[in-house]
Design a binder for this molecule. Structure first.
Ligand SMILES: Cc1cc2nc3c(=O)[nH]c(=O)nc-3n(C[C@H](O)[C@H](O)[C@H](O)COP(=O)(O)OP(=O)(O)OC[C@H]3O[C@@H](n4cnc5c(N)ncnc54)[C@H](O)[C@@H]3O)c2cc1C
Length: 475
């Protein structure tokens, strides 16, 4: 049996980051990945001359060391972009993230008056209200923006994405998503703009104001190039990556992993085991069974996603990076046009758009046929005036499981039960999927590095479950 210092289950960016860090310190690492490429949720597809991401992945971090380490990966060329996005509401295209002063102008006048008053009242009374008992995303949002703006800005889009009422979603999701947002500064500027009757947009370069804004980095032919560069860096220092691997068993007592590839079955021993695969799958593979953990796993769920890629015989449809669609009668949530991310993503004179539909397997969208999905997406995009039917050449549907950890109000208790059981005897869980953590790729890479550092320390914790990212950005 071959021995590895570390076996990593899953070759997404967290696992690659971990492998890079420890193999640079001379550790022998094996990564087992089920797909035929590395990258996981950050991988790209190639279809008839088009490079496609899952929605397009921007790389965005305030952690200077991390940024430097990623940007200087050999062979990786990432260009700087300033995020440009709009949202389709009230039959108009508004800048996104929402700018309250602009939204008030777009709304029907009576709604705008009531929302403005509610926002002002909320602001005046905010400091008298307790923040300690903000359990749900709904409470979190109303605390900051007031009930009327909640009805317009939060409820429609959030309930469409998650298929749950924001009152049933944990406030931790908001904290994770809007970490680091400078709300005081934002409020001051909004009030100043409203009082001076200035309803213009913020400068796109001003990332201090809006969450989700600001500069980001993107490679020439899809985010896969970043994943490949991480993988190259890890393999240069000795990491072995086995793709198309089927993991068939893990024995944490004997410290072994069994897998098969190309019809051959192998068992290897490890010093440390890092799982970045869905928790339910990891639990099923390992030998330590427990009724409470099974109950917690039964009650915790990931959200799935469908991507409908539409290929058009025109060079450009809009100049946005993202477009958002909160209306429930439009099947998709967002649209990403790849030629705006990099002209090299599409053949000359053509463009492609990714439309995403978040769902759970029990919902009707997951069970619609590919033809039905393509038809509904194209019909809706034509109806809102985004694309022209005669420009459409082709479409492609991809369904991805375990795309989003779903934070219900009780998720943390359940997660504690699962994590405390599974992380033992030099086993650590890692990453967005492995740790059920609402990470972006920068967070996952940073946690991979941090877990590597933990294992390299003599008396390290060998866990990043409670790790807080160093310089959070607002997404
Ligand atoms: C629609 C969408 C848009 C996003 N946009 C952005 C963005 O713009 N910017 C950003 O920074 N982040 C974005 N993210 C988040 C980003 O994709 C993730 O944070 C990151 O890719 C997670 O990496 P990971 O290694 O933690 O997990 P994963 O990518 O999930 O890695 C897990 C790996 O395990 C493999 N695996 C699963 N099961 C098995 C098994 N049984 N055996 C072997 N291998 C297995 C998977 O194939 C995968 O490679 C987005 C995510 C989604 C879903």
């Amino acid at each position: 049996m071959e021995h590895y210092d570390f076996v990593v289950l899953g070759g997404g960016v967290s696992g690659l980051g971990f492998a890079k860090r420890v193999s640079e310190h001379g550790k022998k690492v094996l990564i087992l990945e089920k797909e035929d490429v590395v990258g996981g949720l950050s991988r790209s597809l190639f279809y008839k001359g088009f490079y496609l991401d899952f929605c397009a992945h921007r790389f965005h971090t305030n952690n200077k060391e991390l940024l430097h380490e990623v940007m200087t990966l050999p062979g990786l060329d990432m260009k700087k972009h300033i995020k440009k996005s709009r949202i389709y509401m009230f039959g108009k295209w508004l800048k996104y993230p929402f700018e309250i002063q602009q939204l008030l102008v777009a709304m029907p006048i009576h709604q705008s008056f009531v929302s403005g008053m509610s926002f002002g009242w909320n602001l005046l009374t905010k400091k008298f209200r307790k923040t300690s008992n903000l359990q749900s995303y709904k409470e979190w949002f109303i605390h900051l923006y007031g009930k009327q703006l909640y009805n317009v800005m939060c409820y429609p889009y959030t309930s469409k994405i998650w298929h749950y009422d924001p009152g049933e979603i944990s406030a931790d999701w908001a904290d994770q998503r809007f970490q680091g947002e400078n709300l005081k500064k934002l409020f001051k500027r909004v009030i100043k703009k409203i009082l001076t009757l200035d309803f213009s947009s913020y400068d796109l370069k001003d990332d201090s104001l809006a969450p989700d804004g600001g500069p980001f980095y993107y490679p020439l032919r899809g985010i896969q190039e970043m994943c490949d560069a991480l993988a190259r860096a890890a393999t240069t220092t000795g990491t072995q990556i086995v793709t198309s691997a089927t993991i068939t068993g893990v024995h944490t007592g004997e410290k072994t992993v069994t897998y098969s590839v190309n019809g051959e079955t192998k068992t290897v021993t490890y010093g440390g085991l890092i799982s970045t695969i869905p928790m339910h799958q990891y639990y099923a593979l390992q030998e330590r069974k427990d009724k409470d953990v099974e109950k917690a796993l039964h009650d915790i769920k990931y959200m799935d996603i469908i991507f409908v890629f539409v290929f058009l015989k025109v060079p450009q449809v809009s100049n946005d990076h993202w477009l958002y669609f909160p209306d429930k009668d439009i099947i998709f949530n967002r649209a990403v046009e790849f030629s705006n991310w990099s002209p090299e993503m599409c053949p000359p004179g053509k463009t492609s758009i990714c439309f995403d539909i978040t769902t759970f397997k029990e919902n009707k969208e997951w069970n619609m046929s590919e033809e039905e999905l393509k038809k509904k997406v194209i019909d809706d995009a034509v109806r809102v005036g985004y694309i022209k039917r005669e420009d459409v050449e082709d479409a492609l549907v991809t369904k991805i499981e375990y795309a989003y950890p779903f934070y219900d109000l009780d998720y943390k208790r359940k997660l504690d039960v699962i994590m405390h059981h599974l992380e033992h005897n030099d086993v650590a869980l890692l990453g967005r999927t492995g740790m059920f953590k609402y990470n972006n790729s920068d967070n996952s890479i940073e946690m991979g590095f941090a877990l590597g550092d933990e294992f390299l320390k003599k008396d390290g914790k060998h866990s990043v479950y409670e790790y807080k990212v160093k310089a959070p950005v607002s997404y």
